[in-house]
Design a protein around this ligand. Structure first.
Ligand code: GDP
Ligand code: IMO
Ligand code: MG
Length: 445
């Protein structure tokens, strides 16, 4: 079969969870490969409505092995709460496995995330305060604790003792806050270890075996391309890579094994936290998108910043990930809008540029150059057949495909599992003709 990576194409919250929940029906395995519980993946399916932070979105299918890969950082308290919540709603979680190489989010990580944010003051990143920056910093600084350490209490204690001495020095001397207790943390994590021990395994071999059997394996991304520490809007980014490149490292698969890369994009853009966002709408349209799309963070509840689709950033995301196809979500949120804008270029220092700048200080000064398309006036959330979409909606899709040079194979028209249009074949010429007519203003709704 295939190894398919599902990657966020924008600033996160594109609807990756709902797409994985849809595609997992035919899968044998779903693996999360990066991020931590900063992710919030909302799923609405016959089992109910769930916000998953760490558990892969394939958990609702008992036949799908769900793996939290080595590239993820786990907060055991959050994971156990999530597992208990799923079980209490009748969702079997016995097919969940955790890589012994996942890094553990410790109480000092969450504490320091908050303290660092407060220290930054007006320049704060707007993190989720889940300890993500600190845990991934410790990983590369080689002072992290891993899930596998929970299986060896003496090793865990000795490593924790060394690290906590350093962390307490920082807490008391730099931040002037009380130190943390070694005994309390140790006891707490021993308790987590006892509950999680049965799930903790070497997972790269399990994933490789599935691939060798020819299973369908989905690699579930977290966050979005523009939050990548290298290619995103640095420093307003997260601390692990959401790109497809990280899907290999975060699972232990060879990059050669990844056969398809699906980018998930919203029909507009949203962003939570600080950092540049050229198409942000501060007006009524922005407000309308937020309310219609229920654009409030799945992890922190913060209102999401909303704006028109940014095709410059989108094109960059397609290039950096090499998407084979795109799943476009939230198209229904545009129902009833008189017109829809797409940002096709930026204006910087009086010049038109069509590339995504590497510097946030440049991006902050970029003005969007818009193309305007007429909107459709009917509800599309019950439509399941592409041909039945209003002509103007099809033209919008065709224009995005043209700008991104990538075809859209799935169109999501609502949050529920079944609210999706699968495109079987693409009649390119017909779409281009429609687009031409649209530009001349000769189509009706
Ligand atoms: P993720 O982090 O990429 O999985 O996305 P989130 O779950 O954080 O945010 C997506 C939100 O949009 C959730 O509330 C979903 O239920 C909802 N959603 C997903 N797809 C659609 C769609 O096509 N239309 C609408 N209206 N809502 C959607
Ligand atoms: P999913 O998987 C949207 C954002 C935060 C902040 C920045 C850094 O649901 O798409 P962090 O806590 O990671 O140090 O915060 O990244 N962020 C997300 N925004 N969706 C997410 O995940 C995010 N995970 C982190 O808001 O701006
Ligand atoms: Mg989310």
């Amino acid at each position: 079969m295939a190894v398919v990576a599902i990657i966020g194409g924008q600033w996160g919250d594109e609807g990756k969870g709902r797409i994985v929940d849809l595609l997992a029906e035919k899968a044998n395995m779903v693996v999360r490969f990066s991020g931590g519980d900063n992710a919030g993946h909302t799923i609405v399916n016959p089992c109910g409505e769930f916000r998953l932070h760490l558990v892969p979105s394939g958990i609702f299918y008992p036949q799908v092995t769900c793996i939290i890969g080595n590239g993820v950082a786990i907060n055991p308290a959050v994971l156990l709460e999530e597992v208990d919540n799923l079980e209490s709603h009748g969702v079997d979680t016995s097919h969940l496995i955790i890589s012994d190489r996942t890094h553990l989010i410790m109480p000092y990580h969450t504490l320091m995330d908050g303290l660092e944010e407060e220290r930054r003051g007006k320049k704060s990143i707007g993190t989720t305060r889940r300890g993500i920056g600190p845990v991934f910093s410790d990983k590369v600084a080689r002072i992290g604790l891993r899930a596998g350490d929970l299986l060896h209490k003496d090793v865990f204690l000795s490593r924790l003792k060394t690290v906590l001495e350093l962390k307490n020095a920082i807490l008391t001397q730099v931040y002037k806050v009380p130190s943390l207790s070694l005994e309390e943390i140790y006891e707490q994590y021993c308790h987590y270890g006892e509950r999680l021990a049965i799930l903790i395994k070497e997972t790269s071999s399990i994933i490789r075996q599935a691939v060798a059997r020819g299973d369908l394996v989905l690699l579930e991304g977290a966050q979005g391309t523009l939050l990548d520490p290298d290619f995103g809007t640095y420093p307003y980014v997260t601390s692990s890579s959401p790109l497809v490149g990280a899907a290999a490292i975060g699972t232990g698969l060879s990059p050669r094994e990844i056969s398809q890369v699906v980018g998930v994009f919203k029909a507009y853009v949203t962003r939570v936290g600080g950092g540049p966002m050229p198409t942000e709408l501060m007006d009524n349209t922005g407000h309308l998108l937020r309310e219609k799309g229920h654009e409030y963070g799945a992890t922190t509840g913060r209102p999401r910043r909303c704006g028109w689709f940014d095709a410059v950033a989108g094109r960059f995301s397609v290039q950096i990930n090499g998407f084979n196809s795109i799943a476009l979500t939230h198209l229904d949120v545009y129902d009833g809008l008189p017109s829809i804008k797409i940002c096709t270029a930026y204006k910087f220092n009086g010049e038109i540029i069509d590339f995504f700048p590497s510097s946030s200080s440049v991006l902050e000064k970029c003005q969007p150059v818009y193309e305007e398309l007429p909107g459709w006036q009917e509800s599309i959330s019950e439509i399941r057949d592409f041909a039945r979409l209003p002509t103007r909606a099809r033209c919008y899709i065709a224009r995005l495909e043209g700008l991104l040079s990538c075809s859209m194979s799935l169109i999501s028209v609502g949050p529920k599992r079944e609210q999706v249009i699968r495109r079987k074949s693409r009649i390119k010429d017909k779409e281009s003709k429609l687009q031409f007519k649209m530009q001349r203003g000769s189509t009706k709704n």
